[in-house]
Design a protein around this ligand. Structure first.
Ligand code: URP
Ligand code: ZN
Ligand code: ZN
Length: 459
């Protein structure tokens, strides 16, 4: 199958360039001016932007929490992803206690293989560290897993500081990176007890139980441990100005720190928790939404190139599942959808609002995640030989987000009411059209992405 995309503005590190793209089978075979291919299907992209498929390196599909299962499984979540222009997701395979990493990977492969509408890979979430688990890191690399996640909160997931130190050293030795959920779990527990004891049971208790200092302390501790281990690190879903300051201090001392934030921390604030009739429950995600000043600090950090990636942290629940915590905010399942909306939100409130350039959006959503997580230049760029994961972006399309018109299985979105400028008009996954006019045309085309060593560029 040969496809020639003509007349579009192709987005890369130098911004938009009017170029044609020739796709042969599953890959890009040429990029240049005035390309011709007599037998090709011609796609006219005049007036459109042409991005490499977006990469979301933070999703939770088909995930069990202690009490709930997410609304989206791999099929519905990945279908939503491609509809929004995301052609690759990195989800989290989580090791249950007593389980090997290989078993965890197999469990998560079963959930995704044959059912995913976008390409996918896994970070490995380590919850138990033994010599046998340490020995598995080489095998993980052979299996295409080169990034890990650790938690400093959630009793069933978190690990102690000595384990963090050992994992950082071991992962560094195999050329990988550890992303950390930075919240002090002990402090969350004691603050939660205090709040419930004072009769604060509604969603407004959620941000009070996880204030910015809970994140800041954890980030500081993580970066101290990383300094001792002499390892590059990634901080996932960073949400506060204080956290960002600590990162900047560590960087000024020479530490290599990569930072991810999420659209919810750039666009929403903790005022939402005070909404009447338990409406605040839909915003219960962790870390919680923050203050206007945090939001602004994160945008400024993006503008100054101090944040490398933006993930959705898509973790969807139905409103009826949120009801589980009607009388106790700490029982409300944590998480919200967003895998489909992330590119449009960043385009609307970043590019269209004049805060970031198209080249910057490309770095945040394409090149940086591909490089950091060992997929570049196969993914995250449009050059000869790259996978033909391509988004033809209509910058003129306008809409408003509602609970009903999002693409995930969930019946709610924290972004309801926000205006959207632009959308993925057509999406190609390894050369095959999977989305047209915002709707899926071909399902279950996703494949596992076998990733290589991380490419670190901050040092
Ligand atoms: O509330 C959230 N973000 N749930 C997903 C789990 C996590 O910590 O990323
Ligand atoms: Zn997390
Ligand atoms: Zn997450």
């Amino acid at each position: 199958m040969t496809i020639l995309i003509k007349n579009g503005e192709v987005i890369g590190p130098d911004g938009p360039v009017k170029q044609d793209i020739l796709i042969e089978d599953d890959h890009v075979s040429a990029v240049g001016r005035d390309l011709s291919a007599p037998d090709a299907e011609i796609v006219d992209a005049a007036g459109k932007l042409v991005f490499p498929g977006f990469i979301d390196t933070h999703t939770h599909l088909d995930m069990n929490t202690a009490t709930m299962h997410t609304a989206d499984d791999f099929h519905s979540g990945s279908a939503a992803a491609v509809c929004g222009g995301t052609t690759t997701v990195l989800d989290f395979a989580t090791q249950e206690h007593g389980e090997s990493l290989m078993q965890a990977l197999q469990n998560w492969r079963v959930l995704a293989d044959g059912k995913s509408c976008c390409d996918y890979g896994f970070h490995m979430a380590i919850t138990e560290w033994t010599p046998r688990v340490a020995d598995e890191l080489t095998r993980m690399k052979q299996e295409g897993v080169t990034s890990y996640k650790l938690y400093m909160a959630y009793d069933n997931l978190r690990v102690a500081d000595d384990i963090i130190y050992e994992v950082l050293k071991a992962v560094k030795a195999v050329g990988g990176i550890v992303g950390m959920h930075c919240e002090n779990g002990d402090l969350v527990k004691v603050l939660t007890r205090e709040l419930l004891g004072r009769g604060v049971t509604g969603p407004e208790g959620h941000p009070l139980s996880r204030p910015d200092v809970v994140e800041a302390e954890a980030i500081f501790r993580y970066l101290c441990i990383a300094e001792l281990a002499d390892a590059p690190v990634n901080i996932v879903h960073l949400s506060t100005a204080r956290g960002m300051e600590i990162v900047e201090n560590a960087r000024s001392r020479g530490q290599e720190v990569y930072v991810e934030t999420c659209p919810q921390y750039l666009l929403l604030t903790d005022e939402n928790y005070g909404k009447p009739d338990f409406e605040g429950a839909r915003y219960v995600l962790s870390p919680p939404l923050r203050k206007e000043a945090d939001k602004e600090a994160l945008w400024q950090a993006i503008e100054h190139d101090e944040i490398e990636t933006i993930g959705s942290d898509h973790c969807s629940f139905f409103l009826r599942q949120k009801e589980f915590g009607r009388n106790n905010f700490s029982q409300i399942p944590n998480g919200a959808p967003g895998v489909d909306l992330r590119p449009a939100l960043i385009y609307t409130y970043g590019v269209d609002a004049g805060r970031i350039s198209l080249a910057h959006m490309y770095r945040l959503l394409c090149e940086n995640p591909a490089r950091l997580f060992g997929m570049f230049p196969r993914k995250g760029t449009l050059r000869e030989g790259s996978d033909a994961d391509i988004v033809i972006w209509d910058p003129d399309w306008q809409g408003t987000i509602t609970d009903e018109n999002q693409h995930t299985a969930a019946d709610n979105t924290p972004y309801a009411g926000l205006r959207i400028q632009g959308r993925a008009a057509r999406v190609y996954l390894r050369g095959r059209e999977v989305v047209r006019d915002g709707e899926i045309t071909k399902e279950n085309q996703g494949r596992y992405v076998h990733r290589g060593a991380c490419d670190f560029w901050l040092k």
